[in-house]
Design a protein around this ligand. Structure first.
Ligand code: MLT
Length: 304
């Protein structure tokens, strides 16, 4: 009997892949053989010595002490691509929300008072105040051309946008092969200077932390929209807020609210919803449960 500990929400569809005659699955469990975790931050010292594998039901592994686990011979699995569609949809929504001023317009409409005639008069003012712009012909810069970045690029192209791509880990030639409609940028600075929207799909590492700072924001096209549905820390939020206040950046959509960001009129900050769809939760849970099961039962390592 294998013992699996679930540290926080793992969709039932994934747990169903662990047959009850061979697996005991619970959040409170002693001496687990494996742990399935979504976003809970794990501390190396708290991981029992019986653990052989950890399955992270998501793309990023920042909440798992991977180096310490590897040193202990524990396999760490993640679910790359399993939530890519969910993230892609939210990025596209973010572009539309920014381009059509939906956050501010919604606030405006909710605060209207008076009878319907007065509200209708206010609507005329709102129509003038919240004139937006359309996506076709605009350029989206995609930083990070993995499963999510490529999906975002395809969706943007289907909306009539130009796409410029840059990935610090792949060559320009590879970018062309991956996605023929993506124009490869030579560098981050090249991409920033060519983009009306910039979206980030890279993990948080020593190389990407603070990748977008005040100097880089000066290179960005004036009036551009930034979208960060990957990891907090890739953009320097203080620098972004300054650029928003100066009118250089038009809007910032991100998945990480903070005191600095959450009330800013030109920021749409969501509570890390990129992967929060029923479908993505199920896909991630199934992918990691199957990998952990394969590893425990057969020693197979896929995608660790
Ligand atoms: C991911 O890395 O894919 C997300 O952080 C998943 C999640 O929200 O749990």
């Amino acid at each position: 009997m294998f013992k699996i500990q679930t540290l926080n929400h793992i969709a039932v569809a994934g747990l169903d892949r662990l047959p009850r005659d061979r697996y005991e699955v619970a959040s409170e469990i002693t001496h687990p053989d494996a742990i399935l975790v979504r976003s809970a931050a794990m501390q190396a010292a708290e991981i029992p010595s019986t653990v052989q594998a950890i399955g992270r039901a998501g793309a990023g592994t920042n909440n798992v002490p991977v180096a310490a686990m590897t040193a202990r011979g524990i396999a760490v699995f993640n679910a790359p691509g399993a939530n890519a569609n969910a993230v892609k949809e939210l990025v596209i929504a973010g572009m539309l929300i920014a381009a059509r001023n939906i956050g501010q317009a919604w606030q405006f409409a909710r605060q209207l008072t008076g009878d319907d005639a007065e509200i209708h008069r206010a609507v005329e003012a709102g129509k003038k105040q919240f004139v937006g712009f359309e996506l076709p012909g605009r350029t989206l810069g995609v930083i990070g051309l993995g499963a999510i970045g490529v999906k975002v690029a395809n969706a943007a192209r289907s909306l009539g946008m130009q796409v410029v791509g840059y990935d610090p880990t792949i060559t320009v030639q590879r970018a062309w092969q991956l996605e023929s409609g993506v124009q490869p940028a030579l560098s981050i600075d090249d991409l920033l200077s060519r983009s009306d929207f910039v979206t980030f799909h890279v993990p948080l590492t020593d190389e990407t932390r603070g990748m977008i700072n005040a100097d880089r924001l000066r290179i960005l096209r004036k009036g551009a929209v930034l979208l960060n549905f990957s990891r907090d820390g890739i953009l320097d939020d203080d620098a972004v807020v300054t650029a928003l206040d100066q009118g250089h950046v038009y809007a910032y959509c991100c998945d990480f609210p903070s005191n600095l960001l959450k009330d800013h009129p030109r920021v749409i900050a969501l509570p890390h919803l990129g992967a929060s769809t029923r479908e993505a939760e199920e896909n991630c849970a199934i992918m990691v449960a199957e990998q952990v099961r394969d590893y425990l039962e057969h020693g197979n390592v896929t995608n660790s």
